[in-house]
Design a protein around this ligand. Structure first.
Ligand code: PEP
Length: 248
């Protein structure tokens, strides 16, 4: 049995006060033996989140990480900087980064590599658009996005990584993949990793993301290859986020 993981992605929402109150409310709903729960907060709230979550079961992550270690890269934040704020996770390749900010497969692979080099756990987001699904390209898109990273860092790096399957058509749209649709792609991802390394595939946490809500989480998380979720909109409400966590 793989441990489950539920990660909130706050995106560019909230304020300093909202970030503090969300962290506090989530922590208040957890007990000391809870594990496998994290929030990816905007960079500017990392310090506050690190202070509030210290010694609690709630882990903290960033929503991206630079593809370089240091230097003249205005606006970027390095993996080493994130480590200074007790970050455990960093999202890489979120579809909003890929589509709005041009994060290519090559840049996502470099970000993944930087995260690993500093001991962060990258959460590699992959998934197809609606058009790609309708043209039967789901699996080839998954192959391309996955292979770009494996080719750069090697399969061993996935010992310290998480994958999030996030069909782009389900993100922030209220449309969720059915339990079976999601399971089909999760199984495919695990099998593709297994072709390179069976043991890593067996341990790898593969999260589902795309309009997960308290009322659909249980069905999705009951699927054999779905090990938890990456939660956007619904993670901005502590009570709902905790319900999703309990469903895992
Ligand atoms: C996300 O941002 O990764 C996401 C899955 O968003 P939502 O849950 O709002 O669809």
């Amino acid at each position: 049995m793989r441990p489950t993981l539920v990660v909130g992605n706050w995106k560019m929402n909230g304020s300093k006060a909202v970030a503090e109150s969300l962290c506090k409310s989530i922590i208040a709903g957890l007990s000391a033996d809870d594990t496998g729960i994290a929030v990816c907060v905007p960079y500017v709230y990392l310090a506050d989140a690190a202070a509030l979550t210290q010694g609690t079961p709630l882990a903290v992550g960033a929503q991206n990480v630079a593809d370089q270690a240091s230097g003249a890269y205005t606006g970027e934040v390095s993996a080493a900087m994130l480590k200074e704020f007790n970050c455990e996770f960093a999202l890489v390749g979120h579809s909003e980064r890929r589509s709005y900010y041009g994060d290519s497969n090559a840049s996502v692979a470099a970000r993944f590599e930087q995260a690993i080099a500093q001991g962060l756990t990258p959460i590699l987001c992959i998934g197809e658009t609606l058009e790609q699904r309708e043209q039967d390209q789901t699996f080839s898109v998954i192959d391309e996005q996955l292979d770009a990273v494996i080719d750069k860092v090697g399969i061993e790096a996935f010992k310290q990584a998480v994958i999030a399957y996030e069909p782009v058509w389900a993100i922030g749209t209220g449309k969720t993949a059915s339990d079976e649709q999601a399971q089909e792609v999760h199984k495919y991802i695990r099998e593709r990793i297994a072709q390179k390394n069976l043991e890593i595939a067996g341990r790898l946490q593969i999260l589902y993301g795309g309009s997960v809500k308290p009322d659909n989480a249980k069905g999705l998380f009951a699927m054999p290859d779905i090990d938890g979720g990456l939660i956007g909109g619904a993670s901005l409400d502590a009570e709902g986020f905790l319900k999703i966590y309990r469903a895992a």
